[in-house]
Design a protein around this ligand. Structure first.
Ligand code: ATR
Length: 277
């Protein structure tokens, strides 16, 4: 690569659906930067090789999406505190002698909730459904906003217990009550914000949630975007406010953009235009 333009990519498998090239192109236009950003499909067993090819080609950075966020954490030689706690990386910076790994997913979710959806987390009761990488990646950022309670639930409850044990030291430092509850018992408690961080909606599976967990005063947030999931349908039927994860996608991209370029792009118009599509 001989041109002076900085090159970036998003790596995943599958990747054809990714909106990241479009989002970064809009940010670049708005901030007057001339960059190249492409989607790269990595074979499932070739993530490391794919990344080393990008580094050899003098790419400046990369976003990493499913299923490679844990491998990206292993690849990075230095980690931001968010990446260290989540043990997952979605944004990489390629420097002369190091690969810096960041995780902007939690910041993306919290900014979408607080700035775009006007749902502030301080002193709120939050239910987080799921105990995979998507859930783990956002817990610390939510704890930082000092909700009164963060309750974890998952189909396989043992995985929630593992996360609780790992994150409890952080919860205590923010004075947040970090609980685990069986999914069947969720309706017996009141939650202000209910977040679906499972991959059930990706495969169009129902979550088998009791609809009584939703109510008029709560916000039901599905991290998936671009489809009306059964989680969202149930929440709507109970009169809850709803949101998909499109805003989180744009906000995590904006944070990655500002890590790479030291400029914070505007996000609201990008979210609106993507939603209109
Ligand atoms: P990700 O990195 O996207 O979080 P993951 O690590 O495979 O992916 O985790 C997927 C999450 O979705 C898990 O919490 C999983 O529940 P289990 O731990 O019980 O497997 C949850 N999940 C996936 N399909 C589900 C379904 N049909 N019903 C309920 N939970 C589901």
């Amino acid at each position: 690569m001989t041109d002076l333009k900085k090159h970036f990519a998003v790596i995943g498998n599958p990747i054809h659906h990714s909106l990241s090239p479009q989002i970064h192109a809009v940010f670049a236009k708005e901030t007057g930067l001339d960059i190249a950003y492409e989607a790269v499909l990595s074979p499932l067993d070739q993530f490391k090789n794919t990344m080393h090819q990008l580094i050899q080609q003098k790419f400046t950075g990369a976003n990493v999406t499913l299923p490679f966020k844990k491998e990206a954490y292993q690849l990075a030689t230095t980690h931001s505190s968010y990446a260290s706690i989540a043990e997952a990386v979605n944004t990489l910076e390629f420097k002369e002698n190091e690969i810096i790994g960041h995780n902007t997913d939690g910041i993306g979710l919290v900014r979408d909730l607080e700035q775009n959806l006007d749902t502030h987390l301080k002193n709120k009761k939050i239910l987080l459904i799921g105990a995979g990488g998507a859930a783990e990646g956002v817990i610390y950022s939510m704890l930082e906003k000092t909700p009164s309670e963060l309750t974890l639930t998952n189909r396989t409850i043992e995985k929630s217990n593992v996360i609780q044990n790992k994150m409890d030291v952080h919860a205590k430092s923010f004075d947040v009550n970090l609980n685990v509850i069986e999914i069947a018992k969720c309706p017996h408690q009141y939650f202000d914000v209910i977040i679906n961080a499972t991959s059930a909606s990706l495969s169009d599976d129902a979550l088998h949630m009791d609809p009584k967990v939703f109510h008029e005063g709560c916000l039901a947030y599905d991290m998936i975007y671009g489809k009306e999931t059964s989680f969202i349908e149930q929440a709507k039927s109970q009169g809850s406010k709803i949101s998909d994860g499109l805003g989180m996608l744009v906000e995590q991209a904006a944070e990655a953009f500002s890590i790479w370029h030291h400029i914070k792009p505007h996000t609201k118009s990008v979210i609106e235009s993507l939603r209109a599509l």
